[in-house]
Ligand binder design. Structure first.
Ligand SMILES: Cc1cc2nc3c(=O)[nH]c(=O)nc-3n(C[C@H](O)[C@H](O)[C@H](O)COP(=O)(O)O)c2cc1C
Length: 367
């Protein structure tokens, strides 16, 4: 894979708008965001790897199943509250970890963390954030987790884990599918590098003005199950293993200390042609003990997608790119309104399918 040339960009201009969004659904966001996010950054956010087969399949695969409603269920207002690994949420939705929210808006992760929290969704702070972890935690009024890209330097891993814990993060999300970034051709075409003005304060030795491949050089390349044990021991917090797609792999991770599994293919940005997350979900749910929460990200855009994922056993559903698009278009209130749009669709799906609470959404409701 060719690496982007380092550029000498000194300033980077992106969204400053603040306010709720005028959208009918989440699909409306991409075209609007394209107009406000600089080309290279937009390509980085939107793009997938290779032929983008998995990227497209992630949303398409929801069409493989249909919802089976149960009428006359006798309620009028569904309850969408859940608790997952001790985090109480108003909706079973979360922001999965995404690098560099500063590409989308001047408030960076402060805006997205506040918007998600104000909507009652969980926020996952990331290793590759453009503002310090403590600032993200301060901006976020709700529960939060921390995603770790495991570094070669164990000292940095230890420090990140301790900082996350001190900042109030209550679980560590261990991403296992990006030891090497896959080929994302939009980034090659656009010669994309993270702008020099957007730094990664959580990583002391992060290269400046670098491509993802350059940044990836500081990630540990020989990740193993022992790393789950290390994170669990160091943090004393539940470890969520993110990026799994097969039942045997999920079982192995749980046996080595994972408290939860996040079914994900990195939004179609890593190994192309792997299955959609929603396709992989049922096998993983079946493989692990019912006490082990399974989450899903990669592809959901509709309330009915959230409903389907929950019916197939996911406890909560992550929404990636729409968060960055809505951040670009409206800062924290933009993100909040995106989540509210999705929540309204999801509540309507619950009402029409006949589910009064999250616990009611079972396998019975999908083909
Ligand atoms: C711009 C961007 C940056 C990402 N950066 C990270 C990251 O730093 N760590 C990580 O675990 N996943 C990362 N991901 C993957 C997301 O956590 C998530 O799996 C994916 O976005 C979900 O798919 P969706 O965007 O289709 O909803 C990134 C995704 C995007 C779009």
């Amino acid at each position: 894979m060719a690496r982007a040339q380092s550029s000498s960009q000194t300033s980077y201009e992106t969204g400053t708008a603040e306010g709720p969004l005028d959208i009918i659904n989440l699909y409306d966001l991409e075209a609007k965001a394209r107009e406000v996010i600089p080309k290279g950054a937009f390509g980085y956010i939107r793009g997938g790897s290779g032929d983008e087969w998995t990227l497209k399949e992630n949303t398409r695969a929801f069409d493989d199943r249909q919802i089976l409603p149960r009428y006359l269920a006798g309620f009028d207002a569904p309850n969408t509250e859940i608790e997952i690994l001790g985090s109480k949420l108003d909706v079973p939705l979360f922001v999965p970890p995404m690098a560099a929210h500063g590409l989308a808006h001047v408030t960076a992760e402060r805006g997205s963390a506040k918007g998600a929290g104000d909507a009652g969704a969980l926020f996952c702070a990331q290793t590759l954030a453009n503002v310090p972890l403590e600032d993200i935690a301060k901006a976020n009024p709700g529960p939060k987790w921390f995603q770790l890209y495991f570094m070669e330097d164990q000292g940095v891993n230890r420090e990140l884990i301790q900082r996350a814990k001190a900042a109030g993060c209550t679980a560590i999300v261990f991403t296992v599918d990006l030891e090497w970034p896959d080929n994302r051709e939009a980034d090659e075409r656009n010669n994309f590098v993270f702008p020099e003005s957007l730094t990664f304060p959580s990583i002391p030795n992060a290269p400046v003005g670098a491509s993802l491949a350059d940044l990836g050089d500081i990630f540990k390349k020989d990740l193993s199950f022992a790393d789950i044990e290390f994170i669990a021991r160091e943090s004393g917090l539940p470890v969520v293993v993110k990026g799994l797609l097969t039942p045997d792999n999920a079982r192995e991770c749980v046996a080595r200390g994972a408290a939860a599994i996040q079914v994900s293919n990195h939004g179609g940005r890593q190994l192309d042609t792997v299955p959609a997350a929603i396709t992989a979900l049922p096998g993983i749910v079946e493989a692990v003990d019912p006490d082990v929460p399974v989450l899903l990200d990669s592809g959901p855009r509709r309330g009915v997608h959230v409903f389907q994922a929950l019916a197939l056993g996911a406890r909560a559903v992550g929404v990636g790119r729409p968060t960055l698009y809505s951040l670009a278009l409206g800062g924290a209130p933009g993100v909040q309104s995106m989540f509210e749009t999705l929540k309204e669709e999801f509540q309507l799906a619950m009402k029409l399918a006949g589910c009064a609470s999250i616990q009611d959404i079972t396998r019975r409701y999908v083909t």
